[in-house]
Design a protein around this ligand. Structure first.
Ligand code: FAD
Length: 315
């Protein structure tokens, strides 16, 4: 069976949900092999096995973690040249896309980014131009390298006992051109990562102030979701840019997206319209966002959100 390489996205071995999604997709395409680069494999082992990795390539040498993305691309290229996989799957994060692009150049392969689905025949689906078009594409040269957006698949367990193989690579001087000197985590909110969350509650200009975002946060917390914001809310200084959803912010595709006090500008839609279920709370019944809504409430979010929070907390 064709080997499919999946680059593991992790923080010191804590495997991100996106990797379990990639392993689920990889099982449709062939036999998934996880590529673990960096330290903390002991924390990752059980997750990779339970989502069906048949093999794990372990690249734990210190210099791979010390530098930015170039060494990872170089290591992946060396591995891909040796094992000739049927495809390489990488998470569509800024880092993942840079690694994939560098890898494609090194392998002279075609690259498809931001796929929202990959068929067993390696045909990808992308949602482009703010979601107005769906594009089907296929890599026609070399090893297909595909970056897949978070939430493109529902992770399904398929326990396996992966064979582990240690891999050592000699990095070029060019790969060591930029070194990581410090990493500092953003203050933990206790909420899921915005792009990975199954539920996102977003607030817009209608929220009215930074303080009022507490009603958005309270509902997100009751639902176990992440908080998002429109650009109007971010530009007003009410919520940090890291939480902006849209064309110039993050793209999310959760199971449930709740937009409160957001009008539905095309640039906002670009970041959320592939969400599975969209719920809108807006006091203007003519707001364009209602065109996307599966469920809508015409009302003041300052009244509706606290009521919804209270109801959810009762359950
Ligand atoms: P508004 O359009 O002002 O809408 C506020 C809504 O809140 C209204 O519908 C109103 O009826 C409702 N409301 C008011 N009070 C209440 C209340 N008490 N209860 C309930 N509802 C209420 N925007 C993004 O979001 N993300 C992006 O990434 C992004 N990128 C952009 C890139 C470019 C190049 C450009 C030009 C624009 C971009 N924008 C982006 C901005 C975008 O065009 C809109 O200006 C923005 O999305 C509007 O935000 P909003 O819906 O919160 O505000």
């Amino acid at each position: 069976m064709t080997e499919i390489l999946v680059l593991v996205d992790h923080a010191d071995g804590a495997v991100r949900k996106t990797t379990t999604e990639l392993l689920t997709i990889a099982r449709r395409l062939g036999e998934p092999s996880a590529v673990f680069i960096g330290s903390g494999y002991a924390n990752a082992q059980a997750t990779l096995a339970s989502y069906g990795a048949k093999k794990v390539y372990l690249l734990e040498q210190a210099d791979l973690a010390e530098y930015l993305v170039a060494p990872k691309a170089e290591a992946l290229a060396e591995l891909a040249t040796r094992v000739s996989p049927g495809a390489v799957l990488v998470t569509s994060s800024p880092e993942g896309k840079e690694i994939a692009a560098r890898l494609a150049i090194k392998l002279s392969s075609g690259l498809i980014t931001d796929a929202v689905d990959v068929s067993a025949e390696l045909e990808t689906t992308q949602s482009v131009f703010a979601g107005n078009y769906t594009v089907k594409a296929r890599v026609t040269q070399g090893t297909p390298i595909i970056t897949v957006k978070p939430n493109a698949a529902t992770p399904e367990q398929a326990p396996a006992t992966p064979v582990e193989e240690k891999v050592e690579v000699v990095l070029s001087d060019a790969a060591k051109a930029a070194r990581v000197v410090d990493r500092s985590a953003r203050a933990a909110t206790g909420r899921p990562e915005l792009t990975e969350a199954a539920i996102v509650v977003s607030g817009g200009r209608g929220v009215g102030s930074a303080e009022n975002f507490s009603v958005v946060e309270a509902l997100a917390d009751a639902l176990g979701g992440a908080v998002g914001a429109s650009r109007a809310a971010v530009d007003s200084g009410w919520y940090p840019h890291a939480y902006q959803v849209g064309q110039t912010g993050k793209t999310v595709a959760p199971q449930l997206y709740l937009a409160a006090g957001i009008s539905g500008a095309i640039q906002h839609r670009a970041g959320m319209q592939t969400s599975k279920t969209i719920v809108v709370v807006n006091k203007d019944a003519e707001a364009p966002i209602f065109e996307l809504a599966d469920f809508g409430v015409v009302g003041d979010l300052h009244a509706v959100l606290p009521q919804a929070t209270e109801e959810v907390q009762k359950r």
